[in-house]
Write a protein that binds this ligand. Structure first.
Ligand code: ZN
Length: 245
């Protein structure tokens, strides 16, 4: 199975369209989405429609749950909360219905799928090796995929187990050999990268060869930013797309 893994689209339609075009060119078997289809960006309905049409499995993320009214947003930043309110007012019923059917955890082709982490699928930002070790201990699958932090990275507990656990951010073109050990892999964010690289992120996973390759690609940031401003969303949400934070 060759799968394209996407996450954290956040209603950024130009970024999603660019990624899907590249995914089509790669001729993968399936597309898996790790959640946060909406929130922050200005085009939730078309993004939800594309994800519903194109992805074999889609998880629900914390921003999606907030829009559904199923999550306390007191921990959200003011701009994130403003985007939740905007999305509640502007998303159509079909988008809400689609999101309501989704779960924050899943699995596909022996791979564990979690929006945030194996031990806390909605909230935990896995950014340290210590956290990843704890998560991998309870992860039943050998390979797991996470989103949520918007940082393209990976963690591994190698085999044999006397070797040190490892973790690193992963730039464009990074190729992982997943043939042994336990893994936790974040593809990065399609619609709002926060790892200093503003390009849209996706991951190509091969569960036959057990390899993963990170991809970043340029998209029309102006188009996404202009849509955010035109929608009356906070200017900061447009500006941050250019810096990838
Ligand atoms: Zn997110």
């Amino acid at each position: 199975m060759r799968a394209a893994v996407i996450s954290d689209i956040h209603a950024n339609l130009p970024a999603l369209e660019e990624v899907l075009a590249r995914v089509d060119a790669a001729a993968v078997d399936e597309i898996w989405c790790l959640g946060d289809v909406v929130g922050y960006g200005a085009q939730p309905d078309r993004c939800a429609e594309l994800v519903r049409e194109r992805c074999e499995i889609t998880l629900v993320g914390n921003h999606d749950l907030a829009v559904l009214g199923e999550l306390d947003i007191s921990a959200f930043s003011s701009v994130a909360a403003a985007a939740v309110d905007w999305t509640i007012e502007n998303a159509d019923g079909g988008t809400i219905e689609f999101l309501r059917r989704l779960e924050p955890v899943g699995s596909r082709a022996e791979v564990g799928l979690f929006h945030a982490s194996p031990r806390d699928p909605v909230w935990e930002y896995v950014l340290s090796i210590e956290q990843a070790e704890d998560c991998l201990e309870i992860q039943s699958q050998r390979v797991g995929l996470i989103g949520h932090s918007h940082v393209a990275l990976y963690f591994a507990i190698p085999e044999p187990s006397d070797r040190e656990p490892l973790g690193a951010q992963a730039g464009n073109g990074t190729l992982l050999d997943l043939g042994s050990g336990k893994w936790l892999i974040n593809p990065g964010s399609v619609g709002q990268p926060r790892d200093g690289d503003p390009r849209a992120a996706w991951l190509e996973l091969d569960t036959g060869e057990w390899t993963a390759r990170y991809h970043r690609l340029e998209y029309d940031i102006d188009r996404a930013a202009e849509a955010i401003v035109a929608a009356g969303l906070p200017q900061h949400l447009a500006d941050r797309l250019y810096v990838g934070h």
